[in-house]
Design a protein around this ligand. Structure first.
Ligand code: SF4
Ligand code: SF4
Length: 351
């Protein structure tokens, strides 16, 4: 028998949902949602499951990952149940379920916990910088070292186990017997969705948003590659230096547009911002912005007398790598791609 959680909609509110119980099942949201078809009633199915407290069914479902939050459903809802925001809160709730450490749930639900974690990491970096006597050479060396270790650690000990848990919830609980060949055949979909996020194009009027996301994903991944593997802050190669400038500029210009749109709240998609949304856009902006100026200070030879800038960059980097990437909104990028992959695997299995 399915387990029912009568407090589920209450719990979802702590993840950013509005009054889902206000829904009187009129179907307006389903009529406008471009993801709806005869087999799947978007987003009404998820609304029903949430209202009934059928959390196991939601945990097994990949549907919340298909929605790219165009906001059409919320605009047409006569009861201000904000179905688009419900889908968003379900994605946060799912992340907290996938995360074996339990930290995602804690950080999503408590602003105080998030703030405390940010302050602890900032204090740690400041202490470390002071311990190294604010020596620019040593700090640049350890900063580069940290990037490599953080990527390996976060991927191996947090993201990989969490993806395995996502897979387990999606497949094993429904006792599907999927042949290995389905996984290998569908692997291309994983990378296509990861790098293009083309599912956004399924949402109405989102071509501009898709393009902004696309260049942000490429800018981010390339900057990661340039700083970690091409040692952007340490290199003398003109091409690599110029490349890093372009990538970091792309990141802070695009994220500045995102921040502005959230401040103005003109579009449905940016009307409601959970603290995790703010952390994501602001920290990504700060990453690009401080990285750009660190390299500029190196090039005009004033970083040694302005090491505070690199310490600031290091604080942002550490908070980004140890909080936002493993436990915050960054993981959407990963889970959306895996959701599309798993859906493809399932479809191959039923053929
Ligand atoms: S439009 Fe609003 S009231 Fe109607 S089904 Fe959707 S969420 Fe419920
Ligand atoms: S936000 Fe858009 S894609 Fe998501 S459920 Fe609502 S209408 Fe559908």
């Amino acid at each position: 028998m399915a387990k029912i959680n009568p407090e589920f909609t209450k719990e979802l509110k702590s993840y950013g949902a509005f009054d889902v119980n206000a829904c009187y099942n009129c179907g307006n949201c389903t009529a406008v949602c471009s993801l709806s078809d005869e087999e799947n009633s978007f987003p009404r199915k998820m609304i029903r499951l949430s209202v009934l407290g059928l959390e196991e069914d939601i945990q097994m479902s990949l549907d919340p990952w298909l929605c790219y939050y165009c906001g059409e459903c919320s605009t047409t809802c006569p009861r201000q149940a904000e179905p688009g925001e419900l889908m968003m809160s379900l994605r946060r709730w799912l992340i907290s379920k996938y995360d074996w450490t339990g930290l995602s749930g804690l950080l999503y639900k408590s602003f105080t916990a998030s703030l405390t974690a940010f302050i602890i990491l900032a204090t740690g970096v400041l202490w470390f910088a002071a311990y190294q006597g604010f020596n620019p050479e040593k700090l640049l060396h350890y900063g580069h070292y940290f990037e490599m270790i953080a990527i390996a650690f976060v991927f191996a000990f947090i993201l990989l186990p969490d993806i395995i848990r996502m897979w387990w919830f999606t497949f094993s609980k429904e006792h599907s017997k999927i042949p290995l060949s389905a996984y290998t055949k569908a692997i291309g979909d994983l990378f296509v969705h990861m790098f293009t996020q083309k599912r956004t194009l399924g949402c109405d009027d989102s071509q501009v948003r898709w393009f902004e996301h696309l260049i942000l994903v490429f800018g981010y991944l390339l900057l990661l590659f340039t700083t970690v593997f091409l040692d952007w802050f340490g290199t003398n190669n003109t091409f690599v230096i110029a490349l890093g400038y372009i990538e970091s500029a792309i990141i802070f210009v695009v994220t500045f547009i995102f921040v502005l749109s959230r401040v103005k709240k003109e579009k449905e998609v940016s009307k409601h911002s959970h603290p995790s949304d703010w952390f994501f856009v602001i920290w990504l902006f700060l990453m690009g912005f401080t990285a750009f100026f660190v390299r500029l200070f190196i090039d005009i030879n004033i970083l040694n007398t302005n090491i505070w800038l690199y310490v600031l960059h290091l604080i942002v980097l550490v908070q980004w790598a140890l909080l936002i990437v493993p436990f915050g909104k960054w993981t959407h990028f990963l889970y959306r791609s895996f959701a599309m992959y798993f859906i493809r695997v399932k479809s191959l299995n039923t053929k």
